[in-house]
Ligand binder design. Structure first.
Ligand SMILES: C[S@@+](CC[C@H](N)C(=O)[O-])C[C@H]1O[C@@H](n2cnc3c(N)ncnc32)[C@H](O)[C@@H]1O
Length: 192
């Protein structure tokens, strides 16, 4: 353990493969996957490919939502064009068992560090993690697996300056037994 807060594991594979592996390792009994940030549908694809049976996802960009509906037609997928602060209230109210929640719905910069305008919305913060954790905290299930992408963005403007220590304290308020493991320097898993 490199620090007191989290353990670090490096899987000898690409970040994409490591993400998929994490989804597989931490799949819960109900095989349900909940995501913020649909984007091109890679999260949905990975989830179904490692055996999730039901997927909920949301994005502020209508085009991404419509594409996901087309690309995963016939799958048990609920995809809505809402920010996570709205969608998660709906999603989590219909969940009655621990599930995997993939928190990845945030503003995206381009290669030059410029904000991609189609990944932001007026009156919404760049990074909704605090609101998402607050919603999870209000629901009755206290054992969801929470996976947060882009760990290196903590403490930067990309995450509105949010520090992981601040968020992990909020997560421990949901359940004091959460443990934290960081995979491949970027994928933070909050588990038991
Ligand atoms: C990093 S991408 C998501 C990648 C995807 N989850 C995957 O696994 O491939 C971030 C996405 O979050 C969306 N987004 C930004 N703010 C959001 C919010 N408040 N709620 C939901 N989605 C949001 C952006 O439009 C963008 O499509």
């Amino acid at each position: 353990m490199k620090n007191n807060l989290y353990e670090e594991i490096n899987l000898p594979m690409s970040r994409d493969d490591a993400t998929k592996k994490v989804f597989e390792i931490y799949k819960t009994k109900n095989k349900t996957f909940i995501e913020s940030g649909t984007f091109l549908g890679n999260g949905i694809y990975r989830a179904f490919s490692v055996g999730y049976e039901k997927v909920y996802t949301c994005d502020i960009n209508k085009e991404f939502v419509e594409n996901a509906k087309k690309n995963f037609f016939g799958k048990d997928l609920i995809v809505v064009n809402e920010p996570s602060e709205v969608a998660f209230v709906e999603f989590l109210s219909s969940i009655d068992a621990p599930s995997l929640i993939w928190l990845d719905g945030h503003m995206m910069p381009d290669e030059n560090g410029e904000i991609r305008p189609y990944t932001v919305k007026e009156n919404l913060e760049y990074c909704p993690l605090v609101k998402e954790i607050d919603i999870i905290k209000k629901t009755k299930i206290k054992e969801h697996i929470i996976v947060i992408d882009d760990f290196k963005c903590f403490g930067t403007w990309l995450f509105d300056g949010l520090k992981f220590e601040t968020l992990s304290n909020k997560i421990l308020e949901i359940n004091n037994n959460y443990k934290f493991t960081l995979y491949n320097e970027e994928i933070m898993v909050c588990h038991f």
